[in-house]
Each structure stands twice: as C-alpha cells, then as structure tokens.
Design a protein around this ligand. Structure first.
Ligand code: HEC
Ligand code: HEC
Length: 258
C-alpha cells in the first residue's frame, strides 16, 4: 500500500514509510481523496496520489501541492482538524468527511499525529504567519461584501451573514470563516452548492453546531446568484464559475445521505 515515490518537502521525516500505512489502510483516505479511473479504481500514478477525488456528489479536495486551501495545511492544523473536525485556519469537516472524523474518534492521538505528520509532508510550504494571513483574508472579504444591491448580496446578507459574518454576535457552535474555506476556491462549486442545499445536519462533533438547509427556501436561480456572489467575494483571485445554475439543478436532483 505504499504511495510510491512522491516528491516531499526536504526535511520530511525519514520514518514516514511506516506512517503512510496508517493513512492508506486505517483511514482509507485515498478512497476519496485520490482520483479514480473510468473503471472506478484508484489511479496509481504517484502524481495523482491524494490529488483530490469525487465521492457521492461531494469533492474530496487535494491534500497535496494541488491543494486550493488559501492557507497551507500544517501538521498542527491537520491534527486538530482530524481530531476535532475543526481547524481555525480552514473550517470544519462536513459531509462524508464529518463521518470520517467521527470514526477517527476511536483512534489514539499518537496515530492521528502520525497521519498529520505524513500528510503535512505533501502540503505546500507553510505560511510564515498563518494567524496574520487568516486575519487579512477575513478582513479583505468582509470589506468587499457591500454594496449588497445584487440578488446574491441580498441573499448572503439575509440568510448567511448572521452565522458567518466576522462582526455580529457568536450564536452557537463555530463560526467558519468563508474566506478561509477551500470549497469557495475549488475548481467546481459542487461542495458549496451541496452545503447550501442540504445544510450540515450531522456535524463531525456536536459542539461545532449544525447548519440549516436552504433547499426549500431558495430556487436554483437564487442558489446560483448566491454562489456566484460568494465566489467573487471570498475567492477574489479565482476565475468565476460558469453554468452554476445547471450545477444547482443537478445537485438538487441527486440528494445524498450526507
Ligand atoms: C468518504 C470519503 C472521504 C474519506 C474516506 C476521507 N475524506 Fe477527507 N474529505 C472528504 C470530503 C468530501 C471533504 C470535504 C469536506 C468539506 O468540505 O467540509 C474532505 C476534506 C478533507 C480535508 C480538508 C481539505 C481542505 O482543504 O479543506 C482534509 C485535511 C482531509 N479531508 C483529510 C482526510 C484524511 C487524513 C483522511 C483519512 C483518514 C480522509 N480525509 C478520508 C472525503 C473523505
Ligand atoms: C444558523 C447558523 C447558520 C446559517 C444561517 C448558515 N450557516 Fe453555514 N455553517 C454554520 C455552521 C455552524 C457551520 C459548520 C457546521 C459543521 O461543519 O459542523 C457552517 C458551515 C458552512 C460552510 C462550510 C462547509 C464546509 O464543508 O466546509 C459553508 C460554505 C457555509 N456554511 C455556507 C453558508 C451559506 C452560503 C449560508 C447562507 C445560505 C449559510 N452557511 C448559513 C452555520 C450557519
């Protein structure tokens, strides 16, 4: 089950070959995070290992240099995310990943730490000051939200800002900063649409809080306007998504168990 010879950052632990067994067998991380070929088998080329895959109409993001996380994942944040379902610099584990975190609750800290060490060796170079980078990303996004005179802006302000804005009172659970969320920067809007339509009914841990579903309150056109607005505000350097309304209709028709 060795992942093969993949370029790692210099200085990565030498004992990692044994660590990868944990990630590859215990967690089956690659089952979702490695792309599959047309026959459904995990693609084995080293360059594709953990390069992102699709599962049950969710996208499992790349965990390698291809990661679109605005702040590079580090060992410390990977450990916290896998242990608690939440990272201050990234957000929560939702959908199928919430269930993975629930299952990992049975795994000792030392093994989670080993997974985090192994995975961090594939991540892009870490930020010099992730806290400052997070603050700057949040501030820039917050400052860009107004004017709210578009359909997307109005929907965001009316339906989302109460729980997600940086100002305002903290209601319950965590307050995931959308400017730090990998899904807003992804190649496709699928995970973002999925979360808006179906909410997050089954969080990785109860204290993270759940999120309501908007399937019955918003039309496809409204979800698309909201998603396009969020892409522009929370991922200002990424190209706009096209055909979002079509994606909303497709994902609305395919309801999942997550
Ligand atoms: C059943 C499919 C599945 C399995 C198995 C799985 N993941 Fe995930 N993973 C996902 C999905 C889907 C997401 C996106 C979750 C979200 O958007 O909240 C995700 C997100 C993540 C993220 C956050 C990435 C980012 O940039 O936001 C990390 C880190 C991660 N997974 C690590 C792991 C590790 C380590 C394992 C093995 C222990 C694992 N995953 C197993 C489906 C899976
Ligand atoms: C009642 C509070 C509440 C409202 C309203 C709300 N959210 Fe959330 N949202 C949450 C919480 C809590 C989480 C984290 C849940 C978890 O994973 O346990 C979350 C998570 C998210 C995530 C991260 C999902 C992931 O996979 O990383 C996105 C994106 C998101 N919300 C978008 C929205 C949008 C868009 C709206 C408006 C249509 C909205 N939220 C309205 C509470 C809320």
């Amino acid at each position: 089950l060795s992942p093969g010879p993949i370029a790692r950052r210099p200085g990565a632990l030498a004992s990692m070959e044994s660590r990868c067994v944990l990630v590859e067998s215990l967690g089956h991380c690659g089952a979702c995070h490695t792309p599959r070929n047309a026959l459904g088998a995990e693609r084995t080329a080293a360059a594709l290992h953990l390069a992102g895959g699709d599962v049950d109409s969710w996208h499992a993001p790349a965990l390698t240099a291809l990661s679109r996380a605005p702040i590079a994942w580090t060992e410390a944040e990977l450990f916290t995310y896998l242990r608690t379902g939440f990272s201050q610099f990234h957000g929560t584990a939702a959908g199928p990943m919430a269930q993975v975190v629930q299952q990992l609750a049975a795994v000792p800290d030392a093994d989670i730490r080993a997974m985090a060490t192994y995975l961090a060796s594939f991540a892009p170079a870490p930020s010099a000051d992730p806290a400052a980078q997070a603050a700057a990303l949040k501030q820039a996004a917050e400052a860009s939200l107004r004017p709210l005179d578009t359909l997307g802006g109005k929907l965001y302000d009316g339906a989302c800002a109460s729980c997600h804005s940086e100002s305002g009172p903290k209601l319950f659970g965590v307050r995931p900063a959308l400017a730090l969320n990998t899904n807003v920067r992804a190649a496709t809007p699928d995970n973002l649409i999925r979360v808006i339509l179906d909410g997050i009914p089954d969080p990785a841990a109860a204290d993270l809080g759940d999120m309501p579903a908007f399937r019955d309150s918003f039309s496809d056109e409204q979800v698309a306007a909201l998603v396009n607005y969020m892409r522009g505000k929370f991922a200002p350097n990424a190209p706009a998504w096209s055909g979002v309304e079509h994606d909303v209709a497709r994902l609305r028709a395919h309801q999942t168990t997550h």
